[in-house]
Design a protein around this ligand. Structure first.
Ligand SMILES: Cc1cc2nc3c(=O)[nH]c(=O)nc-3n(C[C@H](O)[C@H](O)[C@H](O)COP(=O)(O)OP(=O)(O)OC[C@H]3O[C@@H](n4cnc5c(N)ncnc54)[C@H](O)[C@@H]3O)c2cc1C
Ligand code: HEM
Length: 459
């Protein structure tokens, strides 16, 4: 018997074959098989899990690739939920393999995984993942482990992994239930109208989204830096797709704003990949008045104001990674915060850079906000000091350690968002200059943004 709240009614999704019901459970662990419910692994099981870390290192990706291909073949309705590009270039199998290795390595001290759990739970909640779906995932994941390892998998290890799967599933299910509770009844995809579409640069367009449901007026406030998922029908695929977008301005009661870069298509050594599916669909086919589905704002990357509310802030962005930082900056301004802020932004060119005028206006409105613009390829007519500050990619060595990077102030907080290579460089450069990792906050615009966790088995 599933213990679910009667308050939430099951709804049919407008697209075929999909149940879009999202129900808060009174006992969220209802889907966990009874023999594993509220059960902690014993010492022998933990030893078996730790001993399998080298095997996971070697076969983890093979296991997770097989897991996804078999699960999605048997449950095509889940293609509505999983990002098809992350399956094509195997970023999602990689993210899951990495998470499982981190889990196995830290099975004796799950506290180490707190940040990773927060990130996964937030992503799941933004997609309305349900406890009963853990049954499907568990079946195909354990099945893939058995198939890849074959006779090398002893019955004891197989049993230990089944128990370990459910222990982790229960942690996630409980945390996800808590997050659903915080959404005050908004526990399913909600229809929003595109009220306004505004071009911010050659490649970034903002969409102002207003809820159709009167129950969502006023809209719930979000923390600056958080994101929503959007869900759209994709006729060429015959199913839906979802993508995440950071809210790109301070919380407002009547609309959410997201700002989407039109992805031209990745080029790797051997071939050009097709242009980004949903970003192009949004730019080219969605207009003012059109309806899309939206999930409740969520996310563990947000401006932390409670501890050290006056500490200096350094916002570091690359390309469209400026969107969550725009929300942080506009919230600070709306709150008349006197926190010193230094924003360092890198863009390929002035025409690709979004929000330039807004950022300049904001900078003029406050003495304690400095903006430093790097441009890979300034155009001839652009004047250094007026149109941009430095040519080339963002290079912290060119900046004043104290006035711009606040390296002398051990309270300073650093928020970083941009392409993966940009974020790694900023992270390593700041750590090298003495900033402790706890003051770095990062958002990856993709899957597998798992915070650094050791995957080495403790001795
Ligand atoms: C928390 C979060 C916040 C985000 N916020 C924003 C935001 O504010 N603004 C924004 O623009 N984006 C944001 N994103 C990214 C966004 O969710 C999408 O990933 C992005 O818009 C691309 O989606 P798409 O459908 O257009 O491209 P996809 O179809 O998902 O493709 C993504 C990339 O993969 C390439 N690709 C496709 N197939 C392959 C293959 N087989 N091999 C190799 N490469 C391939 C494509 O060419 C493309 O470059 C955010 C992501 C997250 C997780
Ligand atoms: C113990 C079980 C599970 C683990 C360890 C797990 C792990 C993960 C991880 C590591 C991510 C990437 C998070 C990120 O970096 O943003 C993720 C995303 C995701 N998970 Fe899970 N997950 C589990 C269960 C489930 C279940 C039951 C579902 C439901 C079908 C699910 C659906 C998804 C989806 C749709 C995404 C986003 C994928 C994408 O963007 O490509 N997961 N999960």
């Amino acid at each position: 018997m599933l213990a679910k709240s009667a308050l939430q009614a099951e709804r049919l999704c407008p697209f075929p074959g999909v149940r879009a019901a999202s129900l808060i459970a009174e006992d969220p662990t209802y889907a966990v098989p009874e023999q594993y419910r509220h059960r902690i692994l014993n010492k022998e099981e933990r030893e078996l899990i730790k001993a399998s870390v080298p095997v996971l290192d070697k076969y983890g990706l093979e296991i997770t690739k097989l897991f996804y291909s078999k699960m999605l073949a048997a449950h095509p309705e889940l293609k509505n939920v999983f990002n098809n590009a992350n399956q094509s270039h195997f970023e999602q199998p990689r993210a899951l393999a990495q998470a499982l290795a981190a889990y196995a390595s830290n099975i004796d001290d799950l506290g180490v995984l707190k940040a990773a759990i927060e990130l996964i739970a937030a992503k799941h909640v933004s997609l309305y993942i349900q406890p009963e779906q853990y049954v499907i995932v568990g079946e195909y994941l354990i099945g893939a482990i058995a198939e890849v390892l074959g006779d090398a998998l002893s019955p004891e290890v197989a049993m230990a992994w089944t128990a370990a799967y459910w222990q982790l599933a229960e942690v996630l299910i409980k945390r996800e239930n808590e997050l659903y509770q915080q959404n005050h009844g908004w526990t399913d995809w909600a229809e929003f109208k595109i009220a306004k579409k505004v071009k911010e640069s050659d490649e970034v367009t903002s969409f102002y989204l207003e809820p159709l449901d009167k129950g969502l007026k006023p809209l719930p406030a979000f923390l600056p830096g958080q994101f929503i998922s959007i869900q759209v029908d994709v006729p060429t695929l015959g199913h839906q797709q979802t993508r995440q977008y950071s809210l790109s301005e301070a919380s407002s009661p009547d609309h959410y704003r997201i700002s989407i870069k039109k992805e031209p298509g990745a080029v790797d050594k051997s071939k050009q990949h097709s242009p980004g599916l949903i970003s192009n669909l949004m730019h080219d086919t969605k207009d003012e008045g059109d309806i899309i589905r939206v999930s409740h704002p969520v996310g563990d990357f947000f401006l932390q104001t409670e501890s050290n509310p006056d500490a200096p802030l350094v916002l570091l962005s690359g390309g469209v990674g400026l969107t969550p930082l725009m929300a942080m900056l506009s919230s600070l301004i709306a709150q008349k915060s006197s926190r010193p802020v230094s924003w360092i932004h890198g863009a390929r060119s002035a025409s690709a850079r979004a929000f330039t005028d807004q950022i300049r206006t904001l900078a003029q409105s406050r003495d304690d906000l400095q903006v430093t613009l790097f441009e890979d390829h300034p155009e001839e007519h652009e004047i250094p000091g007026r149109d941009y500050n430095f040519s080339g990619v963002v290079d912290l060595k060119q900046l004043d350690d104290e006035k711009t990077l606040f390296l002398h102030d051990t309270r300073a907080q650093y928020y970083i968002c941009g392409p993966p290579r940009f974020m790694s460089k900023m992270e390593s450069d700041l750590i090298e200059r003495g900033v402790d990792a706890g003051r770095l906050h990062m958002e990856k615009f993709g899957t597998g943004g798992i915070p650094h966790v050791s995957t080495t088995s403790p001795a």
